[in-house]
Design a binder for this molecule. Structure first.
Ligand SMILES: [Zn+2]
Ligand SMILES: [Zn+2]
Length: 109
């Protein structure tokens, strides 16, 4: 029985809004990408490129925080934001879409 590609089952969060992103098909990227549902938010994620801003507008790119890039220690895949905790603003739980390894970022303050 063929395994389902992990990319079909991931639920990345927008690193700005911490809301779950929805699957989108971008013509430029291979495979599934995800986009934030918030209005005026360009944050996107793809399993091959990690987080990126889905705009060519340099003014918008300048005004947005630089997309975080966390890479898996095993296979160097770009990790996505799996979990944040409201009571711990610095807490970040990252997950690799390839091997499912998790990594804690930030600290519990
Ligand atoms: Zn967003
Ligand atoms: Zn990995």
């Amino acid at each position: 029985m063929p395994a389902i590609a992990p990319a079909n089952r991931i639920h990345p969060l927008c690193y700005e809004h911490h809301s779950e992103m929805t699957p989108r098909k971008f013509p430029a990227s291979e495979g599934m990408s995800y986009a934030c549902q918030e209005l005026d938010c360009f944050v996107s994620y793809s399993g091959s490129d990690g987080y990126f801003l889905n705009t060519q507008d340099p003014f918008v790119i300048k005004g947005c925080p630089i997309p975080p890039h966390q890479y898996c220690a095993h296979d160097r895949y770009p990790m996505y934001l799996l979990e944040v905790q409201l009571e711990h603003p610095n807490f970040r739980l990252w997950r690799c879409p390839h091997c499912n390894m998790s990594r804690l970022g930030g600290q519990l303050t």
